[in-house]
Design a protein around this ligand. Structure first.
Ligand code: NAI
Ligand code: MG
Length: 372
């Protein structure tokens, strides 16, 4: 069958790392007979240069129709002084908002060859493979009321102001992200740990009840546990391999996923995905992107590590195209290349060595696919 894919390389190193994903796509087309219907368009500063805004309406419409969008990165010094509404980041935010991507997936995977890059000891992280599912469209970052107000008639309050945010979740918002987490767990280790603070927060009590409800009614065969998010932070650092899928709200997920990222090392290695509601063909709306930005400091020099973007494509294979075997093979090819000692500059340890270029890393990965 045909898989439709919209590629948005963006700015800075975005086009450089995306060129390597193109090689990988070509490899799967030639060697596995997969048929990708690939289109390419502009986002971020590149779109601003051509259209005067960071995402053209036609590009937005296209993104709504394809099985998956793969984005490189946006932004750069050239655009830093633009009006807020024209900034490159707004292109990305528009995609996330209009596609209603409520489940943000951040894997933390530690390849053995890079275990010494972790902030933790090798024996705690080697072989780590967990997935944090963060609710992305609701919670305290969006809840009303919010604002900074005068609090002048309160003589006890030095400074006389109050800042307010509201943590607010509906049962529907919790159920849909819980469903996403259980579905993902079925394609992995079949285990979900839900994190909240039901001991001190009403929204936490609701979160726990609704996740349990989805489990009992729809996914009784997936193992479910609940954990307070503060304990979860401790457990992530103490023994992260106890987890498979972690599902949590927007705020806790923001913090826990950044902490988990450092279990695995370089920014150049970290993929992500954001999923929305299923479309008519049953596939979820989906945006895949590396966690890193446009890296203007190394752009145009062939130094960027393409692995984060390549692993983002592996996630697309697994979660949008249902090609789990191909995703495994691609991840194994990356692992092999790293085990062979092939390194881009960002992965050079203190022992030094000669780094490969962006393009050489892409070539090595497709070669490793062929050797498998
Ligand atoms: P950044 O992620 O672009 O770079 C941080 C550091 O990591 C830099 O030293 C960079 O050279 C290095 N780095 C990042 N990705 C790398 C890779 N694949 N290979 C090797 N080294 C890599 O973050 P920074 O510097 O804060 O932001 C630069 C621009 O990117 C800004 O305009 C920012 O707004 C934008 N940005 C865009 C994001 C996105 O498109 N999702 C996310 C984060 C930042
Ligand atoms: Mg963050």
């Amino acid at each position: 069958s045909d898989y439709s894919l919209l590629i948005l390389p963006g700015d800075g190193i975005g086009p450089e790392v995306m060129a390597e994903v193109r090689k990988v796509i070509g490899w799967f087309q030639t060697n596995r007979g997969m048929r990708f219907d690939v289109s390419e368009d502009l986002v971020g500063g590149a779109a601003y240069d051509k259209h005067g805004k960071p995402l053209a309406d036609e590009t937005m419409a296209k993104a709504q129709q394809v099985d998956a969008v793969l984005l490189g990165a946006v932004g750069g010094p050239k655009y830093d002084n633009l009006d807020f509404s024209l900034k490159p980041e707004r292109g990305l935010l528009r995609l996330r908002k209009e596609m209603d991507l409520y489940a943000n997936l951040r894997p933390a995977q530690c390849f053995d060859a890079l275990a010494d890059f972790s902030s933790l000891k090798r024996n705690i992280v080697a072989g780590l493979d967990i997935l944090i599912v963060r609710e992305l469209t609701s919670g305290v970052y969006f809840g009303e009321p919010r604002g900074i107000h005068d609090d002048n008639n309160n003589p006890e309050n030095e400074g006389g102001r109050v800042g307010i945010n509201t943590q607010r979740y509906t049962s529907g918002e919790i159920r849909r992200v819980a469903r996403a987490a259980f579905e993902l767990a079925k394609k992995r280790g079949n285990k979900v740990c839900s994190m909240e603070k039901a001991n001190v927060m009403e929204s936490g009590i609701l979160w726990r009840e609704e996740v349990q409800w989805v489990h009992d009614n729809e996914f009784p065969d997936v193992e479910l546990s609940h954990m307070y998010a503060d304990n979860g932070a401790m457990q992530l650092v103490r023994n992260p391999r106890q987890f498979d899928v972690i599902v949590t709200d927007n705020l806790f997920g923001d913090i826990l996923s950044d902490a988990a990222a450092m279990l695995t090392g370089s920014l150049g290695m970290l993929p992500s995905a954001s999923l929305g509601a299923p479309m008519d063909n049953g596939r979820p709306k989906a945006l895949y992107e590396p966690v890193h930005g446009s890296a203007p400091d190394i752009a145009g020099q062939g130094k960027a590590n393409p692995i984060a973007c390549i692993l983002s494509f592996a996630m697309a294979l697994r979660y949008s195209f249902n090609e789990g075997q191909a995703a495994d093979d691609l991840e194994k090819a990356v692992e092999k290349v790293l085990a062979d000692g092939v390194r881009t500059a960002d992965l050079m340890g203190p022992e030094g060595g000669t780094p490969v270029s962006t393009s050489e890393m892409g070539d090595k990965i497709t070669e490793a696919l062929s050797r498998a």
